[in-house]
Design a binder for this molecule. Sequence first.
Ligand SMILES: [Fe+2]
Length: 256
Amino acid sequence: MKVKVAVVTDLHFSKFPNSAIPSRKGEFAGELLRRMVLRVNYALKPDLVFIGGDLVDRPEDVNGLELLAELKQIIGLVEAPTIVIRGNHDPGKRIFESIIGKPPDFVDVKGIRFVPFFDADEPGCNASRSDCELSRMRKLGAEFAGSLVCLQHVPLFPPENGICPYNYKNAADIIEIMRETGYILALSGHYHNGFRLIDCQGLNYIAGRALCEKPFACTLIEIGMDGAVNWHEDSLTVPVDNGEKKADIFTAGNVF
Ligand SMILES: [Fe+2]
């Protein structure tokens, strides 16, 4: 038996194209999410969906909160249990949760416990986990006999790895708690390229690729009952011609 998780993250929904970062197609985020939800429901069929934050790009813009409410409606179409957390681009916690809802303290799926965290933003697009959240992390791990997965927006990984320019200021402390209390995997967003599975001293770290940038992907993770973790991506990009060349969903004639 395996637990299958789909990570859909960093939508950056916006009313207008992003002239500063044209590769960020946030103006299509609603449509991208609709299509990804269809793939998730009818093809991927995960046990859990994790939506990892940065749902909107600039909530302070006119209609920013309306865009968030539109995404909430689309998220409501996901058939699997879904955990949605706030990213640094999203409105503050109170407003975000008033529209999206408060994330659960944890969700148990087939003997694996998934724990979302609310963390503080730090300069340089980094983050830190408060003492209160560290205590909650420790408590939820200590009281649970099975393996756990921590869910956060900013990538959590061993600082010495250096795979990504963003991390937690107190990453070493968080990883120590992971090791002590049964967490086997950290799932994150925020870093738009994402990074593949890092297996470091028996703990696993993955950052999901942003949905708003090519290849418009979600990340699929399978966790075995023995704690083995597998990783792959599923994108909305579709093959054309002989299958060697790829076109994205915005290429004329290849929209599905
Ligand atoms: Fe972010």
